[in-house]
Design a protein around this ligand. Structure first.
Ligand code: RRO
Length: 311
């Protein structure tokens, strides 16, 4: 199989808000996203692009351990945005991008100036698109979790959009009463696509120690248990906005990927399944979608996007 051209016997190429991808599948931010050799492996395993761990203006150690626990149907994480800071990480983005890997830089910040400053640095480093993480569930107020409020979502999106030429994707939170006004606010602010969704806030208790397992008490749930929730959001947002959607949440195999495409996703992010299936998951999903397209007589991925809304 050649990774330079087509990945499967039928083309899986998509145009995601001007970003041409050889496959709609990408790794979700956070999983393997700081290690450059691992991100190269992700791309060589058949993704359309790679997405970095969310990068902040300054380095952060994240929360103390334990920061991850397996629960039925998925994983809870409370990493707490550990990252090396945008100045250091820009060097890594440049290395990856110089090696021919299309990089989508995920980032967060606390102030408008920090958001715009980071986006300029990441664009200069060679990122091909930006994913604005407004939805980390593991920090309170000071960083990240602004996608619970339409006004802030629009304001931050518009500010970043005004300083970058790159396609801008805004990652939303499932931890809201009504996601539609927030998706519309992102679109109104100039987002080129919406990533749906980040993790769902939850917790687990150790019954022997009689204490919460995670040091931060709560964490974000990812994995198969998140899929029906995120899929419903993709469905609803598809009917409410005109910009493309990147489906993210519990994609565990090619069938899940096809569901997300039929619900209205143009591209997809796979996270927790990398931990359970290894790098081979990307190739398996590419092959499965390709086979499904042949069997269902689809010539172009576009024919599948949102098709379930028409039947
Ligand atoms: O680092 C984290 O705790 C984290 C982030 Br930035 C995020 O966006 N989503 C998540 O579940 N964890």
């Amino acid at each position: 199989m050649s990774y330079e051209g087509e990945l499967t016997k039928i083309s899986l190429a998509v145009d995601l808000a001007g970003l041409k991808l050889r496959s709609p599948i990408m790794n979700a931010s956070g999983v393997l996203g700081i290690s450059i050799p691992l991100l190269k492996r992700v791309y060589n395993s058949g993704t359309g692009a790679v997405i970095t761990k969310s990068i902040g203006p300054l380095s952060r150690p994240g929360h103390p351990n334990p920061t991850m626990v397996h629960v039925e149907g998925g994983v809870l994480n409370s990493m707490g945005l550990p990252n090396p800071g945008v100045d250091y990480f820009s060097i890594e983005v440049k290395e990856l991008s110089d090696a021919g890997v299309p990089v989508i830089a995920s980032f967060f910040a606390s102030t408008i100036d920090e958001f715009t400053d980071s986006s300029i640095k990441l664009e200069r480093a060679g990122a091909r698109a930006l994913e604005l993480n407004l939805s980390c569930p593991n920090v309170s107020g000071e960083s990240g979790m602004c996608a619970t409020d339409p006004y802030t979502t629009e304001k931050v999106t518009a500010a970043v959009k005004s300083v970058t030429k790159l396609p801008l994707f805004v990652k939303l939170s499932p931890n809201v009463t009504d996601i539609i006004p927030i998706a519309k606010a992102a679109e109104f602010g100039g987002a080129d696509a919406i990533t749906v969704t980040n993790t769902l806030k939850g917790m687990a208790i150790d019954i022997d120690f009689k204490k919460p397992i995670l040091s931060n008490v709560t964490g974000g749930l990812s994995g198969p248990a998140l899929k029906p929730v995120a899929l419903r959001y993709v469905w609803e947002i598809y009917e409410a906005v005109k910009i493309p959607i990147i489906g993210c949440g519990g994609i565990n195999n090619w069938r899940d990927a096809v569901e997300y495409l039929l619900a209205g996703s143009t591209a997809l992010e796979v996270g927790t399944a990398i931990m359970t299936h290894g790098f081979e998951i990307f190739n398996e999903i590419n092959e499965g979608i390709s086979q499904y397209m042949v069997e269902n007589k689809f010539n172009d991925l576009k024919e599948m996007i949102g098709l379930a809304h028409k039947s």
